[in-house]
Design a protein. Structure first.
Length: 401
């Protein structure tokens, strides 16, 4: 029975709604802003019927101890409730040409549930955000030269015999010295990559070209770091500093089985000594950041940190030689050297960024190709000016039994 009464209420509500819309149209068209008396009487009659029906429904629900006061109303139900509470009395009486009232919707609304597409405002940050690249690249530690050739060739001493040279008595013949020179060459090789994007993407995305011009070259320099350190020398690969450098030798360094509780700091001092025994003065120590921070955490037998031995200034040092931490160095490896004497980086073509539509089907598909590349060569003149190795092996070889 309740459902039938509710249907009647909805029907009355729909009729009242239609009459109100008609009355609003009459007011807009009437010069005096009045509504037709007959229409006004119809609205009054329908409203009275709705009130009677509503009272009857209230009586029925009270009798069954049910209440609809806490249930969400439909739009029509909310409209009828507002009318019954006098929301349009002034409109009905012709005192105003509009009526306003607020209603609670049937369900709570949310952006996720009720918005489709971008309705609420968004703030777009124009700059592209990305993790930083290496603060120092390996090329910054090397002397750099320019070339217009495909091959870099240099003469290198491959042997020197001075065994017979010594003090000579008056009138005696001098001893003969002998040496060998070998021509060594390296090829200039290319490091590069390309991207292909649509013209729409390039034109409609703010700062995209600036992002590409800054980000991609840094990625190329990271690959260059790997080549300069660990390139195998085969094919188009450079021959890296670790590849050509002299291996750490505890015997040559003078510290085989000589250090109690040997650690990473001890190994680096021994490597500096090996370099010094070859008459080189180190200018660089290369470590992975993890190994640098391991050294910073070393403690004395009194449990005191020894980091003051490497952090006496802004740049970490061991015996006055700057330490460069670089993630291109494999954790657990180390390199000590006089890189200014040992090696040189040659640049045939500087690192460049080029944008072009003249590639394959770019023109017909509105694509742009971005090419980033360089041509370089690394010459390692003096391998003995570099000492490289692994901490685990060096610690074992220098540890006192």
């Amino acid at each position: 029975m309740n459902e039938d009464v509710k249907k009647q209420l909805d029907q009355f509500g729909d009729l009242i709604d239609a009459k109100i819309e008609k009355a609003a149209g009459q007011i807009a068209e009437n010069v005096r802003g009045e509504i037709d008396p007959a229409l006004k009487n119809e609205i009054d009659a329908l409203t009275n019927k709705w009130v009677e029906t509503h009272d009857r429904l209230d009586s029925m629900e009270m009798a069954s101890q049910k209440s609809v006061s806490n249930k969400p109303l439909t739009f029509a139900g909310g409209l009828i409730k507002s009318i019954s509470e006098g929301a349009i009395e002034s409109f009905k009486n012709g005192n105003t040409n509009a009526a306003r009232f607020e209603m609670k919707g049937a369900n709570d609304m949310s952006i996720a549930a009720d918005f489709t597409g971008v309705v609420a405002d968004e703030t777009i940050v124009p700059q592209f955000k990305f993790d930083p690249t290496r603060a120092t690249h390996i090329r910054q530690l090397l002397p750099i030269g320019s070339t217009d050739a495909q091959v870099i060739r240099f003469p290198k001493e491959s042997g020197y015999d001075e065994t017979s040279v010594g003090a000579t008595a008056e009138g005696a013949a001098l001893a003969q010295t002998d040496f060998d020179i070998t021509a060594t060459s390296v090829n200039v090789n290319r490091i590069g990559t390309f991207l292909r994007v649509t013209e729409e993407m390039l034109n409609d995305t703010p700062q995209l070209s600036s992002y590409i011009s800054a980000r991609v070259p840094e990625k190329i320099l990271s690959i260059e770091d790997t080549q300069l350190l660990n390139g195998s020398g085969s094919g188009a690969n450079q021959s890296g500093l670790f590849t050509d450098g002299t291996a750490f030798n505890a015997t040559t360094s003078g510290f085989v089985d000589a250090i109690e509780n040997s650690n990473e700091y001890d190994v680096l001092v021994a490597a500096l000594n090996q370099l010094a025994l070859s008459n080189y003065q180190a200018d660089t120590i290369l470590l992975n950041p993890t190994d640098l921070h391991k050294i910073a955490l070393l403690k004395s037998t009194q449990n005191e940190y020894l980091r003051q031995q490497i952090y006496s200034g802004l740049v970490p040092q061991i015996m006055g030689v700057n330490i460069t931490a670089n993630t291109a160095v494999t954790a657990g490896n180390f390199l000590v050297g006089n890189l200014r004497q040992a090696s040189q980086l040659w640049v045939r073509e500087n690192l460049s960024v080029e944008f072009s539509r003249d590639d394959n089907v770019n023109f017909t598909k509105n694509l742009v190709t971005i090419r980033v590349q360089e041509r370089i060569a690394l010459t390692n003149y003096l391998p003995n000016a570099i000492v490289q190795g692994t901490f685990s092996t060096a610690i074992t070889d220098t540890e006192k039994p």
